[in-house]
Design a protein around this ligand. Sequence first.
Ligand code: 2BA
Length: 147
Amino acid sequence: MINLQSDELLETTVGQFMIDADKVAHVQVGNNLEHALLVLTKTGYTAIPVLDASFRLHGLIGTNMIMDKIFGLERIEFEKLDQLHVEEVMLTDIPRLKTNDPILKGFGLVINHAFVCVENEDQVFEGIFTRRVALKQLNKHLRTLNK
Ligand code: 2BA
């Protein structure tokens, strides 16, 4: 257990609490929007990372981005789902963390983002740091302090 009043919390890193890449649903650059919508719907997540074949992080794609792209003036243009690719829709301006970043940096970022992708020095995707994990750790430590 980490004591909030000691330096121990400051020494804790994002890597210790991230969800590892092999447990994170993702799509690849080159996948069409139909595939992305299928993955998002089946996993139940509203947004997931976009990676390339070398597992490098390119951005995020969410159901809202896909729906926004296929809304025409008079109807939903479902035929666009297999014509457009994730890289034409994904969000590329995203915060990124490194495994050895202090957990406090992660806490700060998940105030405005439901999750933040974690990558290594070569931009290879390592996992995600989620708001749920951050709140769980903070809750644990605050309860310990309160005892
Ligand atoms: P959302 O999909 O909007 O999910 C919001 C919260 O709802 C999640 O918060 C989690 O508490 C719950 N939730 C949603 N789908 C779930 C599922 N299939 N299984 C269990 N719980 C689920 P966080 O856990 O903090 O996740 C924040 C965001 O991180 C998620 O937002 C999603 O975009 C992404 N995410 C989390 N785990 C993921 C994974 N294994 N693969 C891909 N993306 C993930």
